[in-house]
Design a protein around this ligand. Structure first.
Ligand code: BT5
Length: 324
């Protein structure tokens, strides 16, 4: 029973180094002491260090730096996001696993998360560097009541949720670079990949892939990324609890997705504009078939980036790489 197991872990944490009586806990939940002992063994397999003290109980000595479900769920305040978590040590790409799971009817809010990706991908199948144990590599399956054409805006909804969660945990103000980058000090710290499974008139599932550099040092990045990538640790000088950050992202993401479903893009647009670094700047937008230059005016109600071109006309673009 995951709820009891999570409760036990929570007690161990809250006891802050004092023993938690296995017997009392067992009685309270109507379980045998052996059942409790089995949970303790499972925690140890997950990397927790737990001491068993005769006649007193269990003491949590240290918890692992792991993004497993127990570590995430103890910070979660959502109703569905992250309530089911598939956790992996190493995968090619969480996005691919999430697509298969969504096709196999995975529930709204199912999270696929891994310590490492060996073939992480960005947009247009570009490679995404995903160093083991240092970042957040995850794909969330959601089934909101949205029309297919409303799905791309989920990238912007996600960006706002991510920036808010970072702010809450680290006091750091990251900025959003349209459409899918989160930046700190002019370098990319997070990328978002939003993909859709849809019928002509109905969203079946949206897969939100989030790749976030958290505890890397400069040496953890391949040479070609060193000039353009950064991590939260590089920006704050502090080691960050990745599981807590994931929970924070899911908390905000569920809230903002509900807001978007209920009230449309208006309120999200306002939040988004507060965090964006793009408006008012002269930018180059590199698209598949053409490159255009202009002044970024902001985003439209549909989430398009609006550019004023040099001939005075205004163009809305769906997706591009923006060079500031
Ligand atoms: C993105 O694409 O930024 C979307 C990245 C999404 C990754 C997540 S991780 C979990 C899930 N599973 C996956 O397989 N993918 C998702 P795009 O805007 O196309 O940016 C890709 C470009 O970012 C690359 O061409 C590199 O220049 C750069 N890049 C690659 N790895 C990076 C990293 N770790 N940090 C910063 N920049 C990186």
């Amino acid at each position: 029973n995951t709820n009891v197991k999570n409760e036990l872990l929570k007690r161990l944490f809250e006891a802050k180094g004092e023993p938690v009586s296995g017997q009392e806990f067992a009685e309270q939940f109507g379980l045998s002491r052996t059942a409790i002992w089995k949970y303790i063994k499972e925690f140890e397999e997950d990397g927790y260090e737990i001491a068993s003290i005769r006649k007193k109980g269990y003491v949590l000595i240290s918890s692992p730096d792991r993004v497993n479900s127990a570590n995430i769920q103890k910070h979660l305040g959502t109703s569905s996001y992250g309530r089911t978590i598939d956790y992996y040590e190493s995968v090619q790409s969480t996005q691919i696993i999430a697509h298969d799971a969504a096709q196999a009817e995975a529930a709204d809010g199912t999270l696929i998360v891994a310590e490492e990706q060996t073939a992480g991908k960005g947009r247009l199948s570009r490679p995404w560097s995903s160093t083991a144990n240092k970042g957040i590599w995850m794909s969330l399956i959601i089934r909101p009541s949205l029309m297919p054409q409303q799905a791309p805006q989920m990238t912007l909804v996600s960006a706002v949720a991510i920036v808010r969660a970072i702010e809450e945990l680290t006091q750091l103000e990251a900025t959003i670079k349209w459409p899918n980058d989160i930046m700190i000090n002019g370098k990319k710290m997070t990328g978002i990949l939003t993909e859709l499974q849809s019928d002509p008139d109905r969203v079946k599932a949206i897969i939100i892939g989030i790749g976030m550099n958290v505890n890397q040092g400069e040496d953890d990045f391949p040479d070609e990324l060193k000039p353009i990538a950064t991590s939260l640790k590089m920006a704050t000088g502090e080691h960050i609890d990745r599981a807590k950050l994931i929970a924070g992202i899911l908390n905000y993401l569920e809230l903002y997705t509900k807001m978007y479903e209920k009230h449309g893009f208006g309120p999200i647009k306002l939040l988004w504009e507060g965090y964006s670094n793009t408006a008012g700047k002269r930018v180059r937008a590199v698209m598949l078939n053409e490159t255009i230059e202009g002044t970024a005016l902001g985003i439209s109600e549909e989430g398009l980036l609006e550019l004023r071109l040099d001939d005075g006309s205004v163009r809305g673009i769906y997706s591009a790489d923006i060079v500031l």
